[in-house]
Design a protein around this ligand. Structure first.
Ligand code: PLP
Length: 380
């Protein structure tokens, strides 16, 4: 089955009880048993719920995995992976991460005795030099939030396989429409399904997908044992979103490229971070591992370098909405340093390039002319 068919039919069957084409929202916590322990596969909705199962099967299908797991948020999904570790284990993570991921690693799990190293994954020698006998997990986001850095998934996977490390990829920005990390050697794919998978800014959800069935069982055990599962109504919303993922992503990519090109030619704009620009340092990796486009996320800075200019721009946009989050049908604009990435200490932010004049755009699926017109007026 091709990807565009999988988003609609992958792992999907009409409801066995009624033939309903979309799975009903099984809004129940528990299931009747015929005799103690004798049931049709469902006993309690924390363990499994048919609406969530339908979503989990769809997730496994679109990422070319064998097992999908749906969580109450993207961070709950990440949290579940960290629960595979023990005190003194070490994690090597990309140095530009979603702020909440960085916060969980540094503020929660560091306290539990897990050690984190943050490194530029394009410096493979540096990465290799950090691996020791305690290293268990490698965590990569590509493209990253908000600086759109890429990591070469195949190159990293080659090293993690050699060293027998778990390799997880946060695939939130690219989605399986553009990139399928399990096919490139990653062990775990993570999503904030709040973003492109859900696609309509109406649900908080997360996902993990794996190929290895044993690993899938371990993660399911951690999920079941600690409880960060996605409810049936929210599972339904994400499943509904996935049905149009390929259509939305096609337009996100087209609009993203137009916005990136427009900004690159604007006199008030200094740097545009978009992997689809030939001038972007990650363009070659993007060409290799992202198929069919470069996504809808575009960040940029101002020629003046001034925070006030970024704020004035964000107060002036009309079609774009000033809000956190991304990946929905509507275009959003965000100030990472003051909003999504405020939990990263200022010196660390500066060090990795999240400056006070950096703006992040989630380019939606509106008419591109209206988006460009809005940017033109807001830049003044
Ligand atoms: C939003 C986001 C997360 C966190 O997901 P939630 O659903 O908000 O918990 C993780 N990674 C990336 C890249 C994100 O954009």
């Amino acid at each position: 089955m091709k990807f565009n068919t999988k988003t609609i039919h992958g792992g999907q069957h009409p409801d066995p009880a009624t033939g309903a084409v979309m799975p009903p929202v099984y809004q129940t916590s528990t299931f009747a048993q015929k005799s103690p322990g004798v049931h049709g596969g469902y006993e309690y909705s924390r363990a499994a719920n048919p609406t969530r199962t339908a979503l989990e099967n769809a997730l496994a299908s679109i990422e070319n995995g064998t097992r999908g797991l749906a969580f109450s948020s993207g961070l709950a999904a990440t949290d579940c992976v960290l629960k595979l570790l023990k005190p003194n284990d070490e994690v090597i993570a990309m140095d530009d991460l979603y702020g909440g991921t960085y916060r969980m690693f540094s503020k929660i799990y560091q306290e539990f005795g897990i050690k984190f190293h943050f490194v530029d994954m394009n410096d493979l020698d540096k990465f290799k030099s950090l691996i020791n006998e305690n290293t268990k997990l490698v965590w990569v986001e590509t493209p990253t939030n908000p600086l759109m850095k890429l990591a070469d998934i195949e190159a990293v996977a080659k090293i993690t396989k050699e060293k027998n490390l778990l390799f997880a990829v946060d695939n939130t920005f690219a989605t399986p429409y553009l990139q399928r990390p399990l096919d490139m050697g990653a062990d775990i794919v993570m999503h904030s399904a709040t973003k492109y998978l859900g696609g309509h800014s109406d649900v908080i959800a997360g996902a993990l997908i794996v190929k290895n069935e044993q690993l899938g069982e371990k993660l399911h055990f951690a999920q079941f044992a600690t409880g960060g599962t996605l409810g049936p109504q929210d599972s339904y919303l994400v499943l509904r979103g996935i049905k149009t993922l390929h259509l939305r992503m096609q337009r996100h990519c087209e609009n993203g490229e137009k916005v990136a090109n427009f900004l690159s030619n604007h006199p008030k704009v200094k740097t545009v971070y978009y992997p689809g620009l030939e001038s972007n340092p990650f363009y070659d990796i993007a060409k290799k591992q992202m198929q069919g486009g470069f996504g809808g996320m575009v960040s940029f800075t101002f020629e003046s370098g001034k925070k006030e200019d970024a704020i004035k721009f964000l107060e002036s946009v009309r079609v774009f909405t000033l809000a956190e989050s991304l990946g929905g049908v509507e275009s959003l604009a965000n100030h990472p340093a003051l909003m999504t990435h405020a939990s990263i200490p200022e010196d660390k932010r500066k060090e990795i390039g999240i400056t006070d004049d950096l703006v992040r755009l989630s380019v939606g699926v509106e008419d591109a002319e209206d988006l460009l017109e809005d940017l033109r007026q807001a830049l003044g």
